[in-house]
Design a protein around this ligand. Structure first.
Ligand code: PHB
Length: 392
């Protein structure tokens, strides 16, 4: 190489570097956009309300600039209708040019969006929907909520160890309900228990009375129940009205049923219900106490498991923006989301780098009255539970 050539090469390299820096700087002046799609109206509106409040709290506490880049949240209501979710996701990617998609209040809404995440290489942070297969629908999906198999196996273990021999399962008839039904049954049978009936209720506008009558007729030791967030109070009311709480049939559930969003209004019928889940507003850690206090100061309601997943979703996204020094980029963000570990208000969490799903502690809780209010009080825990549907 002669000197002129060497000089030219150096100058070209410098030029490229300068151009790259200029692009990076230009990029950094455009805001980093997070497109949240949530049910703000309709049957699952409480999920939208909880997650929106958590996202606002996260930004109030952590600011709206990360690594020099302004972070903007765009939030749209899909009313829990999958066609609407898909259309909004498309518009957010094409018109708004969002850097990350987030939210998804129900399984069908997440499934409808997965192909858009894949085609556009946009990370999609699922902060609510909980059917196991969701994360397998796109390599761009990361989940901060939970999976039903993850929440269900520990209560099946608890039931078998606590004198419950015959169970009727009662679930909402769609993805997460079917996961709960299947994983309750296999784990309970593995522990020597027997499932003597499997009942499913429709997702939309369910009337629980005929199903509860069936439960009463089958006379199990316990009924295991999964219903999506927002339906627990109506179920509990009918459980009480039909006298099942006094019939000697125990109610056990995933924590979706004894949801912190509604629990305090359920009344005495909920007292003593043993359930398993990843988050309780009564989780006794310093991190959670701070979270609950700030959340309740900003809102007129208590955070539930949807709120904490929204808050942690923001945490994962902010960490990824910081790791890419504000530059973003679908693949770089995704790489930075994989393997994240931090202390959530729920306890320690990990985003499994292989599955992109969350690994977390699952608590066994009992509904108790604490200072005049109903809470899920944790009394046992299975540590660092991976989605069992993915380890089998
Ligand atoms: C879901 O549709 O995946 C879903 C919704 C609410 C829950 C759990 C799962 O509480």
């Amino acid at each position: 190489m002669d000197r002129r050539h060497a000089l030219r090469t150096t100058l070209t390299a410098l030029g490229v570097a300068a151009a790259l820096t200029a692009t990076a700087q230009a990029q950094n002046t455009t805001p980093f956009k997070i497109g949240f799609i949530l049910p703000m109206t309709g049957q699952s509106a409480s999920t939208g309300k909880q997650i929106e409040a958590a996202v606002k709290l996260w930004q109030a506490q952590n600011g709206t600039t990360v690594a020099g880049r302004k972070v903007e949240v765009i939030l749209k209501d899909d009313a829990g209708v999958a066609d609407t979710t898909r259309r909004i996701a498309q518009e957010m990617v094409v018109n708004d040019k969002v850097d990350v998609l987030a939210g998804f209040g129900l399984t069908p809404l997440a499934l409808a969006t997965a192909p858009i995440a894949t085609q556009s290489k946009t990370p999609m942070v699922v902060t609510a929907a909980a059917t196991s297969i969701i994360t397998a629908q796109s390599p761009y999906i990361v989940r901060t909520s939970f999976t039903l198999p993850q929440a269900t196996v520990p209560i099946a273990d608890w039931a078998a160890k606590n004198g419950i021999k015959k169970v009727v399962t009662f679930v909402a008839d769609y993805g997460p309900g079917l996961d709960a039904e299947k994983f309750f049954k296999s784990q309970f049978q593995l522990n020597g228990g027997q499932v003597i009936g499997e009942i499913r209720s429709p997702l939309r506008s369910p009337d629980f009375a005929p199903f509860l009558q069936k439960v009463a007729d089958l006379k199990p030791d316990a009924v295991f129940c999964f219903l999506p967030s927002g339906q627990g109070a109506a179920f509990m009311k009918q459980f009480g009205e039909r006298g099942l709480d006094k019939s000697g049939i125990k109610l056990i559930a995933t924590g979706d049923v004894t949801d912190d969003d509604q629990l305090n209004d359920m009344g005495d019928v909920a007292l003593g219900v043993v359930n398993s889940h990843h988050y309780s507003a009564a989780h006794p850690s310093a991190t959670n106490k701070k979270f609950v206090q700030a959340f309740e100061a900003a809102n007129k309601f208590r955070p539930n498991f949807m709120a904490v997943a929204g808050y942690d979703g923001m945490h994962v996204i902010y960490n990824a923006i910081a790791a890419t020094k504000g530059a973003g980029g679908g693949d770089a963000l995704l790489a930075a989301m994989k393997g994240q570990i931090f202390e959530s208000p729920r306890g320690p969490i990990l985003i499994d780098a292989q599955t992109r799903d969350i690994v977390q502690d699952i608590y066994i809780r009992k509904v108790e009255r604490v200072n005049g209010q109903l809470y899920n009080v944790e009394f046992d825990v299975q540590k660092a539970v991976k989605d069992p549907a993915k380890t089998k």
